[in-house]
Design a protein around this ligand. Structure first.
Ligand code: C2E
Ligand code: CA
Ligand code: CA
Ligand code: CA
Length: 278
């Protein structure tokens, strides 16, 4: 037991050092990633439960690292936030997503909406102005853009948030509340904020078919969304059983591996054919 203790102590030190190095390297690389065009957007289709048509796609950020390959967002978005890079990075995501819709449009391919995740640190007083400038610059209709906001993004200063959200909506973009159910805030804000859509978090979709408590929670969320006239999106739907539960409960839109994983713009194109998921 003594020797195990010693070796695990040694191992611990080494791994900590490695992690520190990894992080430093990653930080340095991340500073250059945007200039080096290493960021890419993947797109996950959102399918309307009634028509079977793709009504939108969520843009999900990836980092194509020259040595490490494709790095998922959980490994670098928190870093970008800590390093103060998320504002620039997040704006790039909005611009790139709108550009992609425009590029499709120019070739006669219709993607009705692209949903983009907004970080709390990106949601500054100049946000609306920046969004408008990007939409104007690219020349897409604001209705193609949907912003996915978590409770954390909008809860800070409630009256300022409501004002900013109202301005965004006046521009013509739509607003979705993301990861719903995982936050800590009161439900009353939902009725005061000018929202279009509510996304139930994947954790509830998973729980709904196995835990009666989660099933009740999902039912309550669905009822609330309906009462407030919000479009309801279920994310992370993988199985027929989950699909059946969510559609029976009244979800309007389904996003999940059951239909498609997030894919490159090139791979998304054939999925946008009106008959693809029918
Ligand atoms: P999110 O906004 O909740 O996005 C949904 C995540 O669930 C995505 O992970 C997606 O690939 C995954 N997902 C969708 N359907 C399924 C499914 O059926 N099964 C499973 N196992 N997973 C599914 P991803 O792309 O790794 O993104 C993780 C998180 O990173 C996102 O969670 C979002 O919070 C953040 N993120 C991604 N792109 C951006 C971005 O451009 N800006 C910001 N601020 N955050 C982003
Ligand atoms: Ca949507
Ligand atoms: Ca999201
Ligand atoms: Ca989520």
């Amino acid at each position: 037991a003594k020797s195990t203790g010693k070796s695990s102590h040694l191992f611990y030190d080494v791994s900590m050092e490695d992690e520190g190095l990894d992080r430093l390297t990653l930080e340095n690389d991340l500073r250059k990633a945007m200039d080096n065009n290493e960021l890419v957007l993947f797109y996950q289709p959102q399918v309307d439960t009634h028509s079977g048509k793709v009504v939108g796609a969520e843009a999900l950020l990836r980092w194509q690292h020259p040595e490490q390959g494709l790095i998922p967002p959980f490994r670098f978005i928190p870093l970008a936030e800590e390093m103060g890079l998320i504002g620039e990075m997040g704006d790039w995501v909005i611009r790139e997503a709108c550009r992609q819709v425009k590029a499709f449009e120019d070739r006669g391919i219709h993607l009705p909406k692209v949903a983009v995740n907004v970080s709390a640190l990106q949601f500054t007083p100049s946000f609306t102005r920046r969004v408008k400038a990007m939409l104007d610059e690219i020349g897409v209709d604001p209705s193609v853009l949907e912003l996915e906001l978590t409770e954390g993004v909008v809860m800070g200063d409630t009256s300022a948030s409501i004002k900013a959200l109202a301005e965004l909506r006046d521009l013509g973009v739509s607003l979705s509340i993301d990861d719903f159910g995982t936050g800590y805030s009161s439900l009353s804000y939902l009725s005061r904020f000018p929202l279009d859509e509510l996304k139930i978090d994947r954790s509830f979709v998973i729980g709904a078919t196995s835990s009666p408590e989660d099933a009740s929670l999902v039912r309550a969320i669905v009822a609330m969304a309906k009462g407030l006239g919000l479009k309801l999106v279920a994310e992370g739907v993988e199985t027929d059983q989950q699909y059946a539960f969510m559609t029976d409960e009244g979800a309007h839109v389904i996003q999940g591996y059951m239909f498609s994983k997030p894919v490159s713009a090139e791979e998304l194109e054939p999925l946008l054919a009106p008959w693809h998921f029918l």
